[in-house]
Design a protein around this ligand. Structure first.
Ligand SMILES: Nc1ncnc2c1ncn2[C@@H]1O[C@H](COP(=O)(O)OP(=O)(O)OP(=O)(O)O)[C@@H](O)[C@H]1O
Length: 365
């Protein structure tokens, strides 16, 4: 088992810095997901932990050793890649036990571990097949088996599910979660899929352009995003960001005035002049509720008479779009709410769910 510490890690390729100073503590047994848009430095960070890339500066500590100069094969790490990287001419069994043979593990031990892993991943019936004769999901299970059987200190996953169709993806996601619950090994998992991040992680690390935009539990990054980037990256559909103006007693959003004292976390000290302070107002589509179904309370605000521009039925849910403060805003309601396009509706929002961000820096106020 191993904890990991990244201390001010920088990675440049030529003159271009792609990881720009990352500090991160990963606890022993923790499942950490690195998430962020394409090119933000997720894979590069993972590859530095694995030893496949050398950091330009900074230290990587695994357990109690600084591993900067330690070769990948001596870091006791198991890695699962997107493209499986199986040996095509070897059988499933030979693929899974390859590393154990190389480490000269005794045969009885190999057989015991093979039985355990193939049962867990339901690979028993496939052990004699070649990778070419397997489906994508089965190949991914073999790649997982090959990693698990090594009983490594640390598991690294680089977008392991991105080649699978959505049903298999969701199945394998659950399997990976179960395996982690069973073995409790420290794991670092790279994905650009925020559903994987939310469902698997103990800690989500949102990367943006080579920096950590926020690290926290899935619910922290969902409910308390530190900035507009995280607010819009985490959660689907994306959080609405609406123009607003903050005054001493209220927040003006379009024609609506939301009472200031009930808004969450507005610890803003600066005195606000008569023009008000331009702010970005964040409201998740899921936090709008149909006023006919949900009671109003002292903590809710009623955006009354919103005119529906578009309805997108999704089965159980439906997304409705309307104009608010000059922008198109989305709400997600369930099938109990029946509307027609053009109709006017009253939507209520819990004021503690209305988030404010600095207009210039995009940071939470
Ligand atoms: N060997 C390399 N030489 C030069 N540039 C590289 C190299 N490897 C990665 N990069 C660049 O570093 C940046 C970060 O790449 P990285 O693969 O870490 O991103 P990522 O967040 O994993 O993206 P994706 O989700 O697309 O895989 C990208 O702009 C990429 O082009």
């Amino acid at each position: 088992m191993a904890a990991i510490e990244l201390k001010n890690i920088v990675k440049s390729f030529g003159d271009t810095a792609v990881v720009k100073g990352i500090d991160l503590n990963i606890e022993d047994g923790e499942f950490v997901v690195l998430v962020g848009p394409s090119g933000c430095g997720k894979s590069t960070t993972l590859r530095m932990i694995a030893g496949l890339e050398q950091a330009t500066s900074g230290d990587i500590v695994i357990g109690d050793r600084v591993v900067n100069d330690i070769e990948p094969q001596h870091r006791n790490i198991a890695m699962v890649f997107q493209n499986y990287a199986l040996y095509p001419h070897k059988s499933v069994k030979e693929n899974i036990i390859f590393a154990l043979r190389r480490q000269k593990v005794d045969n009885q031990d190999i057989e015991r571990r093979l039985t355990e892993v193939s049962e867990m991943l339901q690979l028993e019936a496939l052990l004699d097949r070649k990778p070419a004769d397997l489906s994508g999901g089965q190949r991914q299970r073999v790649a997982m088996g090959r990693a698990i059987i090594r009983e490594a200190d640390l598991f690294l996953f680089d977008e392991p599910l991105s080649n699978l169709d959505s049903k298999l993806r969701s199945h394998m996601r659950t399997e990976i979660g179960k395996i982690h619950n069973k073995f409790g090994r420290t794991s670092v998992y790279v994905t650009h899929d925020q559903v994987e991040a939310m469902t698997l992680a103990d800690k989500v690390v949102v990367l943006h352009d080579g920096y950590i935009a926020q690290a926290g539990t899935p619910m922290e990054v969902y409910l308390n995003p530190a900035n507009v980037f995280v607010a819009q990256f985490i959660g689907s559909p994306s959080m609405n960001i609406i123009e607003g103006r903050l005054f001493n007693d209220y927040l003006q959003v379009g024609n609506y005035r939301l009472p200031r004292q009930q808004l969450s976390n507005v610890a803003l000290q600066t005195t606000i002049n008569e023009q008000g302070l331009p702010v970005k107002v964040g409201i998740r589509p899921d936090f709008f509720n149909d006023s006919r179904l949900f009671p109003e309370t002292d903590n809710t605000f009623n955006f009354n008479q919103l005119q529906i521009d578009l309805i997108e039925p999704m089965g159980f849910d439906k997304e409705i779009l309307f104009n608010l403060a000059g922008g198109s805003v989305k709400a997600r309601l369930d099938l109990r709410s029946e509307f027609k396009r053009g109709e006017r509706v009253d939507l209520i929002v819990d004021l503690s769910r209305v988030l404010l961000f600095d207009n210039e820096t995009d940071l939470r106020l």
